[in-house]
Design a protein. Structure first.
Lengths: 194, 635
């Protein structure tokens, strides 16, 4: 991705407000405003969906895979991966065969029934090349979708894992090679977490 | 989380004093409405279109305008129902606000009358007998010219109490008294005659309850009725306030943050009701209070105001205005305010956080409006003098705690003339409306536009207010108005005699002859009723309906539910209303069409949305010229 920047998704923070869904459709419209985009013909298509699972809300979106199956199966080379990272679509080459939809391991590709082509996340390349954040991230009010360096995302993940080790909630506290011994004195746990 | 573009102060407001104070607040690390606005970007698309509904606990529900998701809520409400419910909610919310305001004024007025009858002292009295007689006469109370004032007041109280409590289908007494024949006929035909100030908002809340009214047309029809109840609630408030505190007459004063003083105790009254703010002014102007202030090293006590309670005490007592809605936090950020005294409506809870940065005391006063972090000194009508004293004393005693090195008051204020009640306008015209009507007929006054309403951080503060007014007066349109617009116009100098120079040649001659500014301050937002009273009189004098007049209404920076309600009743009364901010209705094509097109067939006027003030002025001039042609008046 541009300069190692990625979108990361924090499932716990997603309230299912659909702001990302709305902002994505608006961004991929001609007029790009809330008040006008929904009424354009053809109707702009959102490339992100929020799907409920196990009591959580999960934003489903293109992962821009390193070896994208959608690109591999595309018979017309409409789908391609650019050097910066995003997997993009040449809409004029798409024949609407839906092979990519079946190939995508994440169910992230939509169908534009108006134009009879597929619609997928383009990582808001126009925006990120200008130094802006992707529209879905900008619209997210809780930080469930964030945009930043890989290391930042991994730090978030490690922080959560570290907490789990510290509170003994990991389920496993070791392997054949490493053993974590959780601290004693349960009441004090997490008192400094805020 | 979203990265929000940071706008420069010059993009947030056209007011120079505000630009300076926004920078100052940023230096001090004080968060203001502008920062919070930016943090809310981008705002929810569903909410912006009116497509979310939370009126029941099956919800919240949303309708997807992009067509992938649901097209109905869980109960089956479609986009039209959802948007119309929301519009009715705003109108009822506005009507309840003005209705409560009017009720508090009525209670106090009644207290004054009862105490007078029993010869007991009371903080309030009937100060304007002439106004009371005129109200009584309009209400059809016999012998209004000759009977004793107290006698009449008892009858007036009875008539107005009925307007709150009526349980029949009869119209409001105040509606009968202050409406014109042609409008009454239209309202009767549509079945939207307002019956009771309490009932219409009550019924509105019932209609928007889950599983009641689902037809956007009947929801909106009740919206018109509720808005009319709002109109006459406001009129009730204005009239009784005039009777108690005096009908405004032209008065000179100043507006903008520069009215705060370095060497005096600064008390800023904020909110909408004159019941307490008038008392605070009375006490602050007393010899005893002055002595108290001198004892703590202050040269005096400077009362000034924010929002419409400021307009109330400006109109009647010449108290300077520190600014409109978006000035409230900036006034406190000067560090020069000993106490901000709030009653209700448009008082931002954030004030407590700004006050905390200084010695400033935020004082809430109304039992229905409390703010965490404020001190609460509760107003009661019978104890109003003591309460006002306690507030003034609190402010004065706070003066020595002012950190002088942190005080920063922008030296910007504009001279103004306010106080243009209908009575004052008639007086300025030499005793009757005839010269105004003649000027309209000749075309020296091409038309009249009433500009009202709030500030809204969605648009640069005061830009719409000021640019629209300038454009109109340059084209010989007389501009009148109230509320936050009036303060914006005053700050921009448009309410001074010097501003006559900005008027078109024909209008200028009229203004010079009458010695009035091109923009007339008609009062607080509750006083929009004065504009209606004037329109009624002009229509009757010309023998036409309000919808035939070369007039327009505008709320370029509308924000509150009250503004929705006021805009709706102006339309219902036959006046086209321009909004400079897009209301949350575009989620329903049918509701949008009804409000901006079809409603004209019912009441002779409609809403127009145009964010650009120059284009808005063109739309208004075009409409005014069409109405003039229809009346056979020269261009």
């Amino acid at each position: 991705m541009p300069d190692g920047l990625i979108i990361y998704v924090d499932i716990e923070r997603c309230l299912g407000c659909l702001s990302c869904y709305f902002a994505c459709a608006t961004e991929h419209s001609l007029t790009k405003t809330t008040y006008t985009a929904p009424y354009e013909v053809p109707t702009p298509i959102s490339r992100i969906r929020v799907v409920p699972a196990l009591g959580y809300n999960v934003p489903i979106r293109c992962m821009h895979c390193e070896k994208p199956p959608c690109v591999e199966v595309c018979p017309t080379e409409a789908l391609y991966k650019v050097a910066e990272g995003p997997v993009l679509l040449r809409e004029d080459l798409c024949i609407g065969c839906k092979g990519c939809i079946l190939a995508c391991p994440y169910g992230a590709i939509s169908l534009d029934l108006g134009k009879k082509v597929i619609a997928k996340c383009d990582f808001c390349v126009d925006r990120v090349r200008k130094g802006l954040t992707p529209a879905c991230v900008e619209a997210c009010p809780t930080g469930a979708l964030r945009y930043g360096r890989v290391e930042e995302a991994l730090y978030e993940l490690r922080k959560r894992k570290a907490k789990e080790f510290a509170t003994g909630l990991t389920g496993t506290s070791g392997s054949d090679a490493v053993l974590y011994i959780p601290p004693s004195g349960g009441e004090e746990h997490g008192c400094n977490s805020h | 989380m979203g990265v929000t573009p940071i706008r420069k102060p010059e993009e947030k407001t056209v007011d120079k004093a505000a630009q300076i104070m926004i920078r100052r607040a940023e230096e001090l690390g004080i968060e203001t409405v502008y920062h919070r606005y930016e943090k809310q970007q981008p705002q929810c698309g569903f909410g912006s279109l009116g497509l979310c509904c939370w009126f029941c606990m099956m919800g919240p529900c949303r309708i997807d305008p992009y067509g992938v998701g649901p097209s109905r809520g869980i109960c089956g409400a479609d986009a039209n129902t959802m948007v119309a419910r929301r519009v009715l909610f705003h109108i009822a919310n506005g009507e309840a606000a003005h209705g409560e305001h009017a009720f508090h004024v009525l209670e106090t007025f009644k207290g004054a009358v009862e105490h007078s009858l029993e010869g007991r002292p009371y903080p309030y009295r009937i100060a304007d007998e002439r106004k009371l007689r005129s109200i009584a006469k309009r209400l059809g109370i016999p012998d209004a010219e000759t009977r004793s004032v107290l006698d009449l007041a008892v009858e007036v109280v009875k008539k107005i109490e009925e307007d709150f409590t009526r349980t029949t289908e009869e119209p409001l007494n105040v509606f009968r008294a202050y409406s014109i024949e042609s409008r009454r006929r239209i309202f009767e035909r549509l079945g939207i005659v307002p019956r009771s100030i309490w009932r219409e908002a009550f019924e509105a809340l019932h209609r928007i309850h889950v599983g009641v009214d689902a037809d956007y047309r009947s929801l909106l029809a009740h919206g018109l009725r509720t808005a009319l109840a709002d109109c006459y609630a406001m009129l009730t408030a204005t009239e009784l306030q005039d009777a108690m505190f005096g009908t405004p007459r032209p008065v000179e004063s100043y507006a903008n943050l520069g009215v705060l003083k370095h060497d005096e105790v600064n008390i800023v009254v904020h909110g909408h009701n004159p019941l307490l703010s008038t008392k605070v002014v009375e006490v602050a102007r007393s010899e005893d209070a002055l002595k108290l202030a001198k004892d703590v090293g202050a040269k005096g006590i400077n009362v000034c105001g924010i929002c419409c309670t400021a307009n109330e005490v400006l109109m009647r007592l010449g108290i300077p205005s520190a600014g409109n809605l978006l000035h409230q936090e900036l006034a406190l950020a000067t560090g020069a305010v000993e106490a901000m005294v709030a009653d209700y409506q448009c008082v931002m809870p954030a004030l407590a956080d700004v006050a905390r940065c200084f010695h400033t005391k935020l004082v809430t006063t109304m039992p229905i409006a409390r703010i965490p972090g404020a001190i609460h000194i509760e107003w009661k009508a019978g104890r109003a003098d003591e309460v006002a004293w306690e507030i003034v004393r609190t402010a004065v005693e706070n003066f020595p705690r002012r950190a002088r090195e942190r005080v920063f008051i922008p030296d910007i204020k504009s001279k103004l003339i306010a106080g243009f009640s209908v009575e004052a306008i008639v007086e300025a015209l030499g005793g009757s409306l005839a010269p105004l009507i003649e000027a309209i007929k000749r075309g020296d006054i091409r038309g009249i536009v009433g500009i009202v309403g709030c500030n809204n951080p969605k648009v640069p503060q005061d830009r719409g207010h000021v640019e629209l007014a300038k454009e109109l007066i340059a084209n010989d349109v007389l501009v009148v108005g109230t509320g936050c617009w009036a303060i914006a116009a005053a700050k921009a100098g448009l309410m001074s005699l010097e501003a006559q120079a900005l008027a078109g040649g024909r209008l200028r001659k009229v203004l010079e002859a009458l010695k009035i500014p091109p923009c007339l301050h008609m009062g607080s937002c509750v006083d929009n009723s004065r504009i209606l009273v004037a329109l009624n009189a002009v229509a009757e004098a010309l023998g036409v309906d309000i919808s035939d007049l070369p007039v327009f209404g505008s709320a370029p920076e509308a924000m509150s539910s009250k503004a929705v309600s006021i805009g709706t009743w102006f339309v219902t009364q036959g006046v086209n209303v321009h909004l400079g901010v897009i209301p949350p209705v575009l989620g329903s094509e049918l509701v949008t069409k009804l409000l901006t097109e079809d409603v004209e067939k019912l009441v002779g006027a409609r809403f127009v949305v145009e964010p650009d003030p120059k284009k808005a002025a063109e739309i208004m001039l075009d409409h005014i010229d069409r109405k003039r042609r229809a009346l056979g008046l020269p261009a």
